[in-house]
Design a protein around this ligand. Structure first.
Ligand SMILES: [Ca+2]
Ligand SMILES: [Ca+2]
Ligand SMILES: [Ca+2]
Ligand SMILES: [Ca+2]
Length: 451
C-alpha cells in the first residue's frame, strides 16, 4: 500500500485570512469525495496505540488512516450509505455509516457497519479483517436496516447496538428501531432486546443516543426519547418534522444533559428537552425556521449554553441566537458579516468548535451548496475570525491531535486536510472532550444536519 509521509506546512497567507491562524496537514486518500454525498469521516483510535485515527467511508469503501497520513487499512465492500434520507433512507447526507468501539471488552477497537442486505459486519479495528457478521430480518415496512449506533442499554458498556430503518414507501422516516445485545448477535441469536415501529425520528438523520440522566445507560433521542428499555420517556408534540437534534449540557441547573430539537412546519419551534420532559419551547418572533443549530458556550456565561440557529432563507440568512432560558439573545443578517466574495447562500455543516483553548466555543462551517471555503466565526456577532480557502465537501470537527482543542478535518477531493491551531493553548491539561460520553457518541452519529 502506498505510504506517503505527511507534509506539514503553514498555510500561505493568500490561502487564509482573519484574526486566527491554522496549520494544515494532508492525508492522501485512495478514494475521492468529489462525487456523491454518501459517507464521511469519524475519529477513533482504530489501532489502539493512543493516537486518534480517521475512518473514511465512501460508496463501496472503508479506509482507516492515521493522522500522520499513513493508510492503516482499507476494504472495498458493500457498506450501507445513502444521500437524502427522506428519499433514499438512512444514514443520510454525509452520514458516516460506520461505528467504532470496544464492543467485547478486550481493550481493542472493533469497526461495525451495515451492508446493503441488513447484515451487521464487525471488523478488527487494527487490521480491518473480518471478525463476525450476522444478517438480520428488516422490519416488515422497511426495505432493509439502514443505520446503526453502538449503545450502552444494559449498563455493560459499548455492548449493545441500535438499528434503525425507514418506511420503504413515501417520505421516508426512521420510525423502525431495534436494540440488540452485540454478544447475542455474535452468538447468532437474533432476538432483540426490544423493538419499536413508532419512533419519532428526525426527518433527515439517523437516531442519536446519549446517557441523559447519567445512570450509565443510553437513551435514544428523537422527537420521542426512549429509555434504555425502549419505553417512551418523552414525546414531543412536533407539528411537521424535526430537522436537527443536538445533545449538550445546555442548562447546568437541570440535572444531566439536554436535547435541542429544531422543528420545521408552521410553528418552527426550538425545543429544549430534558430526561423529564420539555423544559421550554420557543420560536423566533417572525416564525423563521431555525433549520440548523450550533449549541455551545458562546459567551462567558457558564450556567447556560446558547443556541444559534441559521434560519431557513436560501440566501441572505438571518441567524438568531437563543439563550438556555429560551430568550432571544442576538440576531443579525448573514450578508452583513460574511466576506464580500463569500456565497450569498451562506454556510452549512455547522459545528461548535473549541479552537482557541479558551472557555467558550466558536463555530465552524463551510460555504453552502458547493465544495468550497471553510470559516471559524463567532456565533453571537457572526464575525468571521478565520477563512480557509478550500474545496471542502465534508467538514468534521473533533479533537484528534490530543491537546483537548478541536481540529477541523476537511475532505478535499482525494485528500483529507487537518487544520490545527498553532497558537499556544492557553489552558492545557483540560480533560479531553472524548472523556464526555456524549461527545464520543455525537462525533460518531454526526451528519450534514447534526454535526
Ligand atoms: Ca491510533
Ligand atoms: Ca474489542
Ligand atoms: Ca440514562
Ligand atoms: Ca443540564
Amino acid at each position: 500500500m502506498l505510504y506517503i509521509l505527511i507534509v506539514f506546512l503553514a498555510i500561505a497567507h493568500n490561502a487564509m485570512a482573519g484574526e486566527l491562524t491554522a496549520e494544515i496537514s494532508k492525508i492522501p486518500l485512495e478514494i475521492s469525495f468529489a462525487q456523491g454525498n454518501g459517507g464521511s469521516i469519524i475519529a477513533t483510535d482504530v489501532d489502539n496505540n493512543g493516537s486518534y485515527d480517521l475512518i473514511v467511508t465512501e460508496r463501496g469503501y472503508i479506509g482507516a488512516y492515521a493522522t500522520n497520513g499513513k493508510l492503516l487499512w482499507s476494504r472495498r465492500l458493500d457498506i450501507r450509505l445513502s444521500e437524502h434520507a427522506e428519499i433514499h433512507g438512512l444514514p443520510g447526507l454525509h452520514g458516516p455509516g460506520v461505528q467504532a468501539g470496544d464492543i467485547n471488552g478486550d481493550g481493542k477497537i472493533e469497526v461495525l457497519f451495515l451492508d446493503q442486505e441488513s447484515r451487521v459486519r464487525v471488523l478488527r479495528g487494527d487490521t480491518g479483517q473480518d471478525l463476525w457478521s450476522i444478517k438480520l430480518e428488516p422490519p416488515s415496512g422497511a426495505k432493509q436496516w439502514e443505520h446503526l449506533v453502538i449503545a450502552n442499554f444494559r449498563g455493560k458498556g459499548d455492548r449493545d447496538l441500535l438499528l434503525q430503518a425507514t418506511n420503504k414507501m413515501g417520505y421516508r422516516m426512521g420510525r423502525y428501531i431495534g436494540a440488540y445485545s452485540l454478544e447475542s448477535l455474535q452468538a447468532g441469536k437474533r432476538v432483540p432486546l426490544w423493538q419499536r415501529d413508532d419512533f419519532g425520528a428526525c426527518a433527515h438523520s439517523g437516531a442519536r443516543v446519549a446517557d441523559l440522566d447519567g445512570d450509565g445507560r443510553d437513551e435514544v433521542l428523537g422527537a420521542t426519547i426512549l429509555s434504555p428499555e425502549g419505553n417512551i420517556l418523552v414525546k414531543v408534540d412536533i407539528q411537521g418534522h424535526l430537522d436537527s437534534l443536538t445533545v449538550a449540557d445546555v442548562r447546568s441547573d437541570f440535572p444531566g444533559l439536554e436535547v435541542v430539537m429544531l422543528e420545521e412546519g408552521i410553528l418552527n419551534r426550538i425545543f429544549l428537552v430534558g430526561h423529564g420532559g420539555v423544559i421550554w419551547n420557543t420560536a423566533h418572533k417572525k416564525r423563521l425556521e431555525p433549520q440548523n443549530s450550533v449549541v455551545g458556550h458562546f459567551t462567558n456565561e457558564r450556567t447556560n449554553m446558547q443556541i444559534w440557529c441559521r434560519s431557513r432563507q436560501n440566501t441572505y440568512q438571518t441567524p438568531f441566537v437563543f439563550n438556555g432560558y429560551g430568550h432571544l439573545f442576538a440576531e443579525y443578517i448573514m450578508n452583513d458579516v460574511i466576506p464580500p466574495d463569500w456565497s450569498t447562500t451562506g454556510i452549512e455543516e455547522i459545528s461548535p468548535i473549541h479552537w482557541t483553548g479558551k472557555k467558550h466555543h466558536l463555530a465552524c462551517a463551510k460555504e453552502r451548496h458547493k465544495a468550497d471555503d471553510v470559516t471559524i466565526f463567532d456565533p453571537i456577532s457572526g464575525r468571521f475570525m478565520l477563512r480557509i480557502h478550500e474545496k471542502a465537501s465534508r467538514l468534521y470537527v473533533a479533537d484528534i491531535l490530543g491537546d483537548w482543542r478541536e481540529e477541523i478535518i476537511v475532505a478535499n477531493e482525494n485528500q483529507l486536510h487537518i487544520y490545527s491551531n498553532p497558537q499556544i493553548n492557553p489552558r492545557p491539561g483540560q480533560p479531553p472532550l472524548w472523556s464526555q460520553p456524549h461527545y464520543r457518541r455525537s462525533k460518531m452519529t454526526w451528519n450534514y444536519y447534526n454535526p
